[in-house]
Ligand binder design. Structure first.
Ligand SMILES: Nc1nc2c(ncn2[C@@H]2O[C@H](COP(=O)(O)OP(=O)(O)OP(=O)(O)O)[C@@H](O)[C@H]2O)c(=O)[nH]1
Length: 372
């Protein structure tokens, strides 16, 4: 797939309304102007075969109508280019070239409509597609002149026609070159836009995410937790938080290396995330310290989940064959709890878990008891 086509397919989300407008403009306005020009030529007796006018344009309009029907029915959506650009350009060019065979004296002005046809393909055609179409058009124009001269020599001034054809061919070549340059520029612009969009997406992710584990970072998690605390304070929901701190993580790093340490951190993050429901979240608060937030779970259920996390880690994750363990301290929100107060109680519970020998879950005492 060429770069341009790739861009077309990647840009996705093409609005059908825009496609319908484009095809309607190309067929109704483009076809209309061409028909009018030939009709004027007919009135001025430049259109050679009077009887051919009606059947020829009936056929041309059936083709135009077919394009319109394809986009109005939505069949075009199944095509790689829903604008049907290339078929439309080739059809319009064919109609034009065949029509100018019939026209004497004013053949060149009518042929100029080809430049309008080329315009329709701008940004949607590669230079090669443009070149192929133009060669076909220029060759068709020449064939038309030669055929007309052969069968109606009295109506064709060959030298004049050939000079005009030559000028047309040169102008077409220049336009194809220019269109190619514009196409390249637009492609480059599209690439830059894509790069910019990627950077914005990446920066946004960095603002909320911890790069190593993909969990929320401390800043974002605290913001989110503050909002939940407000809701909980208004009696809107129940909230439980838990600090988790990997045991003797320094030893893991020292013994198995930093990379192995990173792998353990990622695996712990994955195990923890698997325990969460839709409204819960987990964040990396720094180093080997994590925060889990549970929304609308009874205390015993959070306890059971944390126990599952603790035992799951010891069973499933090892560094250099040595099981990894974690200590956890949980605290349930109580009316009047400040964010700091709630986190401090969870931290105190974690401290107790570490003091009691690690690899365990400790529950914070209610705020009042803790204060005593
Ligand atoms: N691999 C890795 N190590 C980290 C990262 N961030 C912090 N650390 C290490 O984590 C270790 C934390 O050590 P400590 O705070 O002494 O805690 P600990 O060894 O887990 O001991 P306890 O918490 O008391 O069980 C330090 O050695 C840090 O270098 C990280 O992103 N990757």
């Amino acid at each position: 797939m060429g770069a341009l086509e790739q861009h077309l397919s990647q840009s996705g989300g093409i609005r059908q309304g825009r496609v319908v407008r484009y095809v309607a403009f190309a067929t109704l306005v483009g076809g209309g102007v061409h028909t009018l020009a030939c009709w004027v030529a007919l009135q001025l007796s430049f259109f050679r075969d009077y009887d051919a006018f009606e059947p020829f344009f009936t056929l041309a309009w059936i083709g135009h109508g077919l394009f319109l029907a394809l986009v109005l029915s939505g069949v075009n959506r199944r095509c790689r280019d829903p604008y049907l650009t290339q078929p439309l350009l080739w059809w319009s060019t064919l109609v034009l070239v065949v029509s100018v065979y019939q026209i004497d004296q004013v053949r060149l002005p009518v042929m100029m409509l080809f430049f309008a046809i080329l315009q329709l393909g701008l940004f949607r055609s590669t230079r090669r597609q443009y070149a192929r179409l133009s060669v076909a058009c220029v060759a068709g124009y020449l064939a038309g002149i030669l055929l007309a001269w052969q069968w109606h020599p009295e109506r064709v001034e060959l030298a004049v026609e050939l000079i005009q054809w030559f000028g047309f061919a040169l102008m077409t070549a220049a336009i194809v070159f220019m269109a190619g340059e514009i196409g390249l520029l637009s492609q480059r612009l599209a690439d830059r836009n894509q790069e910019l969009a990627d950077v914005v997406r990446w920066t946004r992710a960095l603002a909320v995410q911890d790069e190593l584990t993909g969990l929320f970072n401390r800043r974002y998690a605290t913001e989110r937790l503050a909002k939940l605390r407000e809701l909980a304070d208004r009696g809107g929901l129940s909230l439980t938080v838990a600090y988790a701190d990997l045991d003797h993580f320094k030893h893991i790093n020292d013994r198995s290396g930093h990379q192995e340490g990173d792998r353990v951190l990622r695996e712990f993050a994955a195990l923890g995330s698997a325990l969460l429901d839709e409204r819960d979240f987990m964040a990396r608060f720094g180093g080997e310290e994590f925060l889990l937030v549970f929304v609308e779970h009874p205390e015993h259920e959070v306890w059971a989940r944390l126990e599952r996390l603790r035992s799951g880690l010891a069973q499933q994750v090892a560094a250099d064959g040595v099981p990894v363990t974690v200590s956890l301290g949980m605290a349930c929100f109580q009316p009047g709890d400040s964010l700091d107060g709630l986190l401090q109680r969870a931290d105190a519970a974690l401290y107790r878990a570490k003091q009691a020998g690690r690899n365990r879950v400790e529950r914070a005492a209610p705020a009042l008891e803790e204060a005593l």
